[in-house]
Ligand binder design. Structure first.
Ligand SMILES: O=c1ccn([C@H]2C[C@H](O)[C@@H](CO)O2)c(=O)[nH]1
Ligand SMILES: [Zn+2]
Length: 133
């Protein structure tokens, strides 16, 4: 199985654990880190709706909290018409932990796959370097 399919399959698996009583819209994500380890994440909602954590950020925060800050690839899957598009908050968080040319794999439950990059997803992102004056 290709590395991309492996990551999309991990995202599909993570989606099974989505906690979505309010939207009933499960999303799965998976990130690959420098060591080749894969971390999976799902969206986790809350009765206080705004506290919801998207699947992408769950996967990223799992990796970073385990000491893996160098993320090389991320895959996202939901039941969308076209490939699932990460929200603006997730695009910003992705930009913090992946290089501009890092691979983003947007998929859906039909198996559509769109490969893009971090800089295409969020051109002109506010970066850690911007804080250095
Ligand atoms: O890329 C996306 C888009 C949406 N959601 C979640 C947030 C919320 O739980 C539900 C509906 O917006 O989907 C994600 O996890 N990732
Ligand atoms: Zn998001």
């Amino acid at each position: 199985m290709s590395k991309i399919n492996e990551l999309v399959n991990a995202a599909l698996k993570a989606r099974e654990n989505a906690y979505v009583p309010y939207s009933t819209f499960p999303v799965g994500a998976a990130v690959r880190v420098g060591s080749d380890r894969v971390y999976m994440g799902s969206n986790i909602e809350n009765a206080s709706y705004g506290l919801t954590n998207c699947a992408e950020r769950t996967a990223i925060f799992k990796a970073v909290s385990e000491g893996d800050k160098e993320i090389t690839e991320i895959a996202v899957v939901a039941d969308t018409e076209g490939p699932t598009a990460p929200c603006g908050a997730c695009r910003q968080v992705i930009s913090e932990f992946m290089p501009p040319e890092g691979r983003i794999v947007l998929s859906n439950t039909k198996g559509d796959i769109l490969e893009t990059t971090v800089s295409e997803l969020l051109p002109g992102a506010f970066k850690p370097e911007d804080l250095e004056t």
